[in-house]
Structures are given as structure tokens and as C-alpha cells.
Design a protein around this ligand. Structure first.
Ligand code: SF4
Length: 322
């Protein structure tokens, strides 16, 4: 749905970087929207697919440990710019009339700016300049990229809300971009997006549907980009993109179930059990809260290793029949 549109757009070189005054205004608005601090004390849809304990710590704003590791930080640097790059491409597709980035109000962002002024994080003058950049349409509205939606204790930021031309006026799709490695990309081509990503995405869709925004999300699009580029992608996309359409109704029960579990632990102030089973796994090594779990995960790991050793002791070499 979206990938062919982006391919059509990029047949010409006019969309490869900001060139018009509106392009620069758009990038300014996008970066300022992205730079606003995140709301604390809420569960983000992006936590729905992750470890429950990790989500519990993140909601409570527990200090994340920063790995002094250029590989990890380089990974995040690339990841952050993947969003900006494709959000810009969506903007160009909007200008070309291929899709519509629906207008969204900037009320929520203005509230955050006011809070920042009150907390003396920025001056009134800086807040005014920030607000002016956000008010892209000049009527308190801006194109729907980097859209923050918070309903009570559940909310997050959506990459874009896109209305496809010919779709009903209120019908929009949540669009999220993700850079993934070549193995995951090939797996995604075969089986579609991983279940954890589908649940996250539908969480965002539910967020929009429960908000005061005058839009209805029936499906979401996860657009994965192969970090190894088009020549290593095993896909026919010249942009190394692959999209998965995720139906909101189909995945809502899982979203509700995950949220219920998160809220249950949160309301009881009870740290959920660890989900990692080895300190050698990426999931453990890349987790910003792993210092709280190391001993428990090591114990689980030892138990698994002991069991594996016992099983190995019972093995007998096969004898050839004479
Ligand atoms: S280290 Fe593993 S178990 Fe602990 S919070 Fe992170 S992901 Fe969860």
C-alpha cells in the first residue's frame, strides 16, 4: 500500500532531501515535535511486546544504565534517523498528493511547553519560537507526524497518521518505520512482522481510537527497512522496504491482555518475574535495566545448564548391530 507509493515518489530525485522553504519548515517542526520530553508514568504501546519487568521499570522512570558502547549507541543513532528519513518521504508524498498526512492539533505539545516554562527548562521566548514551529498550518494544527497520544496511563508517539487517497475521510492508518537487520528482514518477508511488533502497533492504533482525535484506525502499517540495503534484501523493493498490514480488531484482545498484566503488577507495586533466561542473550545484554536482574537470570541460566548436563549424562553411544 505505502511502499509502492514511496517507490513511485523516489523514481524522481526531487524527494531525496529538503529543498523548498516548506520542506525546511517541515523538518524544523518534525525535529521540535520529536525533541519534546516524553510523558512520564505512562505505559507506552512500544512496551506491550517487551519483557513485563522492563515495562514496569520504564513506566516508573527507573534510571536506565547507559552502556559505554559505540556499537549500541551507533545502533540507536541510525534507528532515530530512520524515522526522520521516512517521515520526510511521507511529507513529500503528501505534497505530491499521493497520500494525506492528516492534520492534528498541537494542544498537547503546547501544554508540555508550558510545563517546561514553569519548570524553567526553557524561557518564554524559546517556548514561543518552539510553538511557532509546531503550528505548521498556522491554525493550531500540523501534519500528523510524530503524533503524541496519551489516554490516562497509556500513551506514546506514532510515526505518522496517513490517510490513503480514496479512503473515507475519518479513516487513517498508523504508520511505523523500523530498521532491521538482514536476517530479521528476510524472516519478515516470509512470515510478516513479528507478533511483538504487531501488538505494539495495534496498541498505538487503540491509543488513537480512544483519543479525542477525529480519526478511526482500522489497520496499521509496519514498514521495515533492511539495514543492509536493497542489494542484500531478497525482496524486489528497490528501497529495501517491506510492509505488513496489521488489523486492529484481530490483535486487540492481546493488547488488552498485556495491558491488564502490566497494570496488575503496577497497582501492587510488585516487580514482575524476569523473562531473560541467559546473561549471554542479546535481550539481556541490550536491556537498560539488566543490573536489576543479573543474579536471578544467572540462577535460571545455571538451572538450565545443570538440566542439560544431566540429560547429556544419560546419553549412551549407539552400538552398531552385528
Ligand atoms: S534484563 Fe531481561 S528480565 Fe530484566 S528487565 Fe531486562 S529484559 Fe526483562
Amino acid at each position: 500500500m505505502l511502499v509502492p507509493i514511496l517507490e513511485e515518489l523516489l523514481e524522481l530525485d526531487t524527494s531525496t532531501g529538503p529543498s523548498t522553504p516548506d520542506d525546511f519548515r517541515f523538518m524544523d517542526m518534525l525535529i521540535k515535535a520529536r525533541a519534546l520530553p516524553r510523558r512520564k508514568g505512562v505505559f507506552s504501546p512500544s512496551m506491550l511486546g517487551s519483557c513485563v519487568r522492563q515495562a514496569y521499570f520504564a513506566k516508573r522512570d527507573v534510571d536506565k544504565h547507559s552502556a559505554a558502547n559505540p556499537q549500541t549507541h551507533g545502533y540507536f543513532l541510525k534507528g532515530n534517523f530512520v524515522h526522520l528519513q521516512w517521515q520526510f518521504a511521507l511529507w513529500r508524498a503528501h505534497v505530491a498528493g499521493l497520500i494525506e498526512l492528516v492534520p492534528v492539533p498541537i494542544e498537547h505539545e503546547l501544554e508540555i511547553l508550558n510545563e517546561m516554562v514553569t519548570a524553567k527548562v526553557i524561557t518564554l521566548r524559546q517556548a514561543d519560537q518552539w510553538a511557532k514551529a509546531l503550528d505548521f498550518n498556522g491554525d493550531g494544527m500540523r501534519p500528523a507526524v510524530e503524533v503524541r497520544v496519551v489516554n490516562g496511563d497509556f500513551g506514546g508517539t506514532v510515526d505518522a497518521l496517513v490517510r490513503f487517497i480514496q479512503a473515507a475521510k475519518k479513516s487513517v492508518a498508523v504508520v511505523d518505520f523500523k530498521g532491521i537487520n538482514v536476517i530479521d528482514f528476510q524472516r519478515t518477508i516470509k512470515r510478516g512482522a513479528e507478533p511483538k511488533y504487531r501488538v505494539q502497533l495495534v496498541g498505538y492504533g487503540d491509543n488513537v481510537n480512544e483519543s479525542e482525535l477525529p480519526y478511526q484506525v482500522d489497520f496499521c502499517l509496519l514498514v521495515c527497512e533492511n539495514k543492509a540495503g536493497p542489494t542484500n534484501s531478497s525482496s524486489s523493493s528497490p528501497l529495501a522496504l517491506h510492509e505488513t498490514k496489521v488489523d486492529v480488531v484481530e490483535h486487540m484482545p492481546e493488547v488488552r491482555r498485556r495491558l491488564k498484566t502490566l497494570r496488575w503488577y503496577d497497582s501492587r507495586d510488585e516487580v514482575p518475574p524476569p523473562e531473560c533466561v541467559s546473561t549471554n542473550h542479546m535481550m539481556f545484554q541490550e536491556c537498560a535495566f539488566n543490573r536489576f536482574c543479573r543474579e536471578e537470570v544467572r540462577a535460571v541460566q545455571r538451572e538450565h545448564e545443570d538440566r542439560a548436563k544431566k540429560r547429556a549424562r544419560n546419553w549412551k553411544p549407539a552400538r552398531t548391530q552385528r
